[in-house]
Design a protein around this ligand. Structure first.
Ligand code: IDP
Ligand code: MG
Length: 135
């Protein structure tokens, strides 16, 4: 089985959409391996988003992802689970995201795009290690 890491971001929890987001992954056929409502601290957020540390929006991104509880989860599927999750998430900017995707159906702002999913097998392993080191 193949695992990936997902966050229903603070905007999703604030809007009462964290269950809806997890339900979409479950309905697709992915299995929940771990889930926890947790307020991410700035140090962990910086590590998680390390690839973006030189981008102009990095400070805003860390402030956003740490502003309140987020629902962190590890999902499992038969193969390329990260890709299945990314497809269900939709494009980064919800304005461009296709209807039927989480961001396409539920979001409108780039800065409040509801969900994170690892972007490859190496990212999945790295991110699961950051947030669920016991797995
Ligand atoms: P992804 O979440 O679809 O993988 P990334 O390019 O990895 O997209 O960006 C990480 C997160 O950073 C996005 O989900 C979004 O919340 C935020 N972000 C990306 N680009 C911008 C921007 O130009 N301004 C503000 N926030 C951004
Ligand atoms: Mg990304």
């Amino acid at each position: 089985m193949d695992r990936t890491f997902v966050i229903a971001k603070p905007d999703a929890v604030e809007r009462g959409l964290s269950g809806e987001i997890l339900a979409r992954f479950e309905r697709k056929g992915l299995k929940l391996v771990a889930a926890e409502l947790r307020t991410i601290d700035a140090e962990t957020a910086s590590k998680h988003y390390e690839e973006h540390k030189d981008r102009p929006f990095f400070g805003e991104l860390v402030a956003f992802i740490t502003r309140g509880p987020a629902l962190l989860a590890v999902l499992e599927g038969p193969e390329d689970t990260w890709k299945v999750v990314r497809t269900l998430m939709g494009s980064t900017n919800p304005r461009d995201a296709a209807p039927g995707t989480i961001r396409g159906d539920l979001g409108i702002l780039l800065t409040e795009n509801l969900v994170h999913g690892s972007d490859g097998p190496e990212s999945a392993e790295r991110e699961i290690g950051i947030f669920f080191p016991a797995l």
